[in-house]
Ligand binder design. Structure first.
Ligand code: PMP
Length: 348
């Protein structure tokens, strides 16, 4: 006898990247956080929260934040759904759209593991389609899988590649279900697929403040789609899924685009250097458009390297799954952190 539904007994829970033990200083390059602090305007917004904003329930639709998104991204404010991190929006999407065999979840592999976890919880059948050579989007197979929801992360994690806009457009045209374009890492890439939400009724683009805006601890993400698509999602979302502090700080972050862009530029420059340095050490490194790189060691195995780095107080993410055998995903840190990593690797 189990206390839980069979789907929960059968599933594997999502395993987040390790957190350093309190009091221990580590170089944390394992969960794709931004190495720079959030905008000073975000901290000022926190200091200015008045007690009434805390006494009351927050605005269930975070209008103030949606208005800022609208002005920055050139979409109407009622095309925005806000979540407790973009993970919350992913969860809402699966709960609203997917169920069993008839309403499948489809995505190319390798990609963000949470898509699988959330589907298992629902439960909804998943169809995982392997990416082609050089991460070519397998459009035909994705369409044939006939998902109620099809997830495409672009830039993708952990590979770091960007899916060409033309491929996303073709996919959106050919599938009957919803296409979710998860742009968690878009602030470190060139371009975006945002224009597709204007062209298609079935496309939603997801963004987060966790990466580009250095606010992973705040938990704020959002989706942009036409109101008809959002209507079903609003029925599913928790009434007060984002708190008053997050709305206030998130709005300040959204309104300080130049700070975010400056930090992203620094990360991109460091990413090129880190890629070069890893290649000089013999690693095979994929060209990344995120704030991380995926590296395969030329000698030794990644599992061993991951453990040795951990002993030295440097946390990176180890991957060993189908299509991703024995690899390290390394978040781009400050130049100092990246240098410490390179030195440690050089000395292994
Ligand atoms: N999508 C992708 C592809 C991610 O890697 C992450 C971060 N783990 C997220 C979404 C979720 O980000 P958050 O919930 O912090 O907004």
């Amino acid at each position: 006898m189990s206390y839980f539904r069979p789907a929960i007994d059968a599933m594997t829970g999502y395993v987040p990247g390790e957190q350093p033990k309190s009091g221990i200083k580590v170089i944390k390059l394992n969960t794709n956080e931004n190495p720079y602090p959030p905008s000073p305007k975000v901290i000022a917004a926190l200091q200015n929260i008045d007690s009434d904003a805390l006494r009351r329930y927050p605005d269930p639709f975070a209008h103030e934040f949606c208005q800022a998104v609208s002005e920055v991204m050139g979409v109407p404010a009622d095309w925005v759904i806000v979540g407790n991190g973009s993970d919350d929006v992913l969860n809402i999407l699966i709960r609203a759209c997917a169920e069993g065999f008839e309403r499948k979840v489809v995505y190319p592999m390798p990609t963000y593991v949470l898509y699988r976890t959330l589907s298992a919880m629902q439960p909804a059948e998943v169809v995982e389609v392997p990416y082609g050579d050089n991460f070519q989007l397998p459009i035909e197979q994705l369409v044939a899988a006939n998902g109620a929801v099809t997830f495409i992360a672009s830039p993708n994690s952990p590979s770091g590649h960007v899916v060409p806009l033309a491929d996303l457009r073709q996919l959106a045209r050919l599938v009957s279900g919803i296409v979710v374009i998860d742009e968690a890492y878009v602030d470190f890439a060139e371009g975006s697929a945002l224009e597709l939400v204007k062209e298609f009724d079935n496309v939603i683009v997801l963004r987060t403040l966790s990466k580009g805006y250095s606010l992973a601890g705040l938990r704020l993400g959002f989706g942009i789609a036409k109101p008809q698509l959002l209507a079903g999602l609003f029925k599913v979302k928790d009434s007060y899924n984002i708190d008053a502090i997050a709305i206030s700080m998130g709005t300040a972050a959204m309104r300080d685009q130049s700070y975010k862009q400056d930090c992203a530029e620094k990360v991109k420059i460091s990413r090129s250097q880190l890629t070069k340095d890893l290649r000089n050490l013999g690693f095979k490194v994929f060209e990344s458009h995120g704030n991380f790189v995926l590296a395969t060691p030329a000698k030794g195995n990644a599992a061993e390297i991951y453990l040795k780095l951990k002993e030295l107080g440097i946390l990176v993410r180890y991957f060993n799954q189908e299509g991703l055998a024995d690899k390290l995903r390394i978040t781009v840190g400050t130049d100092e952190q990246n240098q410490a990593l390179i030195e440690a690797l050089g000395n292994l």
